[in-house]
Design a protein around this ligand. Structure first.
Ligand SMILES: Nc1ncnc2c1ncn2[C@@H]1O[C@H](COP(=O)(O)OP(=O)(O)O)[C@@H](O)[C@H]1O
Ligand SMILES: [Mg+2]
Length: 269
């Protein structure tokens, strides 16, 4: 028997034009901040945007956005939070209330299905999805529930991160999942030419992008006083991270012909 919730998920997501999934095989690389600022930037540019924090255990997009989450309003499902003009937001955080949720395996999948099935998004130009780290259940589930998902992979210049992110890229390539490109975060001035321990492999993000024939969408510098920007969406948008993300989003929207006044040189351009 078909799970009726999966039919509901399909219907709910049918009003969304593009789904951008921010993912990485590693934690702590900037998935959440890049997803949150990308959603802010798209909405500021005039696109109707949703931001969905799919990190069940580590929900944090609302922290970057400085949003206090009460219990969502119910109206034939639950309504996402309107956090800015043209920006709606949903997360597990209002349900777990920042407490740990010791679920595993299929229970996490069930919680994801539930959240997707009951959240009533308006018509959206973009849904930005902030993923938990890893290439296990959650990524496979997202591919199952959102078959139109386009991935944006977040990496850093760390050789360790690159070696782990390569596994995600390999999996996405094998599964023929569309990858919009790679964002390199926390770049510093010293980006030495690095090889693996046998000296046989170039461990840089530009080389990785070339190897997988994927686009390196941009590099975001390491920002030493980042904590001061957390919870301040307008300050985040004006930071070098925000400006870089704005450029990346502008290129992404132009790729597929989404038109947008402000990205094309208007007030926020
Ligand atoms: N460019 C950057 N410069 C400095 N700190 C950053 C940068 N990007 C992210 N951070 C910090 O790194 C930490 C992890 O970021 P987060 O977005 O939560 O990563 P993830 O979602 O991949 O686990 C946060 O404390 C965040 O403020
Ligand atoms: Mg995160």
């Amino acid at each position: 028997m078909i799970d009726p919730r999966l039919v509901a998920v399909k219907k709910k997501l049918s009003l969304i034009k593009r789904i951008l999934v921010f993912s990485s095989a590693k934690g702590g690389v900037g998935k959440s901040i890049c997803a949150a600022v990308s959603a802010l930037s798209l909405s500021q540019a005039g696109f109707r945007t949703g931001l969905l924090d799919m990190d069940f255990q580590g929900a944090s997009a609302h922290i970057f956005l400085g949003t206090e989450l009460c219990f969502p309003e119910e109206s034939r499902g639950i309504k996402p939070f309107r956090i800015k003009e043209r920006l709606d937001f949903m997360s597990f955080a209002p349900f777990s209330r920042e407490h740990p949720v010791p679920l595993r395996g299929n229970d996490v999948t069930q919680a994801m299905i539930e959240l997707l099935a009951i959240t009533v998004w308006d018509e959206l130009d973009f849904l930005v999805v902030d993923m938990p780290p890893g290439i296990g259940d959650e990524v496979l589930d997202i591919l199952r529930f959102m078959n139109r998902a386009e991935f944006i992979v977040i990496t850093t210049p760390s050789g360790v991160v690159i070696r782990v992110v390569e596994r995600l890229l390999e999996m996405l390539r094998n599964l023929e999942v569309p990858v919009v490109g790679i964002i390199e975060n926390m770049k510093t001035n010293e980006s030495p030419y690095r090889t693996n321990s046998c000296g046989e492999r170039n461990l840089s993000n530009s080389y990785m992008a070339k190897r997988f024939q994927m686009k390196l969408l941009g590099s975001i510098p390491f920002i030493p006083d980042m904590d001061e920007l957390v919870g301040r969406p307008d300050a985040l948008l004006c930071s070098i991270l925000g400006l870089t993300i704005k450029k990346i989003m502008s290129a992404i929207t132009r790729q597929r012909g989404n038109s947008c006044k402000s990205f094309l040189g208007g007030v926020n351009g």
